[in-house]
Write a protein that binds this ligand. Structure first.
Ligand SMILES: Cc1cc2nc3c(=O)[nH]c(=O)nc-3n(C[C@H](O)[C@H](O)[C@H](O)COP(=O)(O)OP(=O)(O)OC[C@H]3O[C@@H](n4cnc5c(N)ncnc54)[C@H](O)[C@@H]3O)c2cc1C
Length: 406
């Protein structure tokens, strides 16, 4: 029996778990380790912050979900990986041995890297911040709102697009959902009672897609009087301002930011990551230096942008590479990445974005329609009610093909 450990039960870790579960007790002894008791479905957090949705609908309980399939769940933080000796150390002091290791620890949202964030800043990136933001939004009485992503920095061991901001989709949701809430739910008047400004550290906003989605989103921003500021690298958040590296400032009564992404400390100190701690792999998601270690999702250096959709593609590749190695009759899917996300814009409004422009492809679509909102609702609900289990591959492939035909 091969001893397999999955570190981190987010999008990628859970996808690998479901892909391997038929082998549990037959060919593998599987342990899943996560510091949290519940996996967090981050794509539904904007609904917590701007619609007051219960955070419980973004949480998947892990112990029963994993142990009911015959695997072991350990709720603990991994503090050291000894890749030479195939062992892990947990915060409790427990040592865990592995034969194969999947690293799916995601990326840390480094709020503390932004001076002033803890006092004056808000975010939507985790369950604590999302609920804190909803409390602020409910009582917001008007003024200047500024939202945008901080700049992140990457290692250089693999050839991946070095995006300045790894995930700007939530910024789209923040600006449009907040605008909807303030104008439709609170009856406030745009430009007179509130103003929303957006900044990006990149030369262009939404640098991970092509012109079509950018133009569709840009037009809606114009209609809603939301101004965009490019090349703005966040430096500090103050009581009534937000400051940038180029020396400029904007007046700001409510700052909502995506902080820089960094690797979990354990990867920086265990020597298994690249210069920044992200895991360097080949395109079959195998570690460049350790052949019994795989990685997928936000923590994989190849994953750019950092999206759940990409975590799923890479999770499937990593699981198949491992299964093939232990003699299963499977095909390893190609590392063909694409951006696929549905941007909630408040009310019945949403835009579905599908683009492989970043990787040299020709698909570059944006569908702004209530249908997109229904798809988002359906997809998020499916994940929640199926305990983080993605829809079957044939349904995902059919959706992808259908969207490309539209
Ligand atoms: C607000 C928001 C909205 C988003 N919307 C979308 C969307 O609409 N579509 C989309 O495709 N993507 C979206 N994303 C991105 C998506 O959520 C991530 O890309 C995805 O969660 C990455 O999955 P992952 O498994 O790599 O990491 P994660 O989901 O972050 O999971 C990592 C897991 O590892 C655990 N962990 C970390 N460190 C340790 C440790 N030392 N010891 C033990 N456990 C540890 C964590 O507790 C966590 O459970 C959104 C992100 C945000 C923040």
């Amino acid at each position: 029996m091969k001893k397999v450990v999955i570190l981190g039960a987010g999008f990628a870790g859970l996808h690998i778990f479901y892909k391997l579960r038929h082998l549990i007790g037959e060919k593998i002894d599987l342990t899943v380790i996560d510091a949290r008791s519940h996996s967090l479905l981050k794509p539904s957090l904007p609904e917590v912050s701007f619609e007051g949705a219960p955070v419980s609908h973004s949480l998947v309980e892990l112990k029963h979900t994993i142990e009911s399939k015959g695997a072991t769940f350990i709720q603990d933080e991994v503090v050291h990986i000894d890749a030479q000796n195939n062992t892990l150390r947990l915060k409790s002091g427990e040592q865990v041995d592995y034969g194969y290791l999947f690293i799916t620890l995601g990326a840390v949202k480094d709020y503390d890297a932004i001076p002033g964030f803890r006092e004056y800043g808000y975010s939507v990136c985790d369950d604590v911040q999302a609920q804190r933001l909803w409390e602020r939004v409910k009582t917001f009485e008007g003024g200047n709102v500024v939202t945008g992503a901080a700049k992140s920095v990457w290692g250089t061991r693999v050839d991946a697009p070095p995006l300045s901001a790894p995930c700007e989709g939530p910024i789209g949701e923040i600006m449009f959902m907040l605008d909807y809430y303030l104008s439709h739910e609170k009856g406030m008047e745009r430009a007179k009672q509130y103003k929303i400004d957006v900044f990006t550290p990149g030369e262009i906003f939404f640098e991970d897609v092509g012109d079509t989605p950018r133009n569709v989103v840009g037009e809606i921003m114009k209609e809603r009087q939301i101004d965009l500021h490019n090349n703005k690298v966040l430096k500090e958040i103050g009581k009534d301002f937000i400051a940038f590296e180029d020396g400029t400032r904007m007046p700001c009564d409510l700052a909502i930011v995506i902080p820089p992404y960094s690797a979990p400390e354990v990867l920086k100190t265990s020597g298994v990551g690249d210069e920044k701690g992200f895991i360097p792999t080949d395109k079959q998601m195998r570690h460049l230096d350790y052949e019994n270690i795989f990685a997928a999702g936000d923590i994989a250096a190849l994953a750019q942008p950092k999206l759940g959709h990409i975590a799923i593609i890479e999770g499937a590749i990593a699981a198949a590479t491992f299964m093939k190695e232990i003699g299963e009759d499977v095909e390893i899917p190609p590392h063909d990445l694409e951006v696929f996300c549905i941007m909630n814009m408040g009310g019945h409004d949403a835009t579905l974005i599908l683009s492989d422009n970043l990787y040299g492809g020709k698909t570059d679509k944006a569908i702004h329609s209530p249908l997109a909102k229904m798809m988002k609702w359906g997809f998020d609900s499916y994940l929640y009610y199926n305990k983080g289990h993605m829809p079957p591959d044939f349904a995902l492939e059919a959706t992808d093909k259908l969207l490309k035909l539209l």
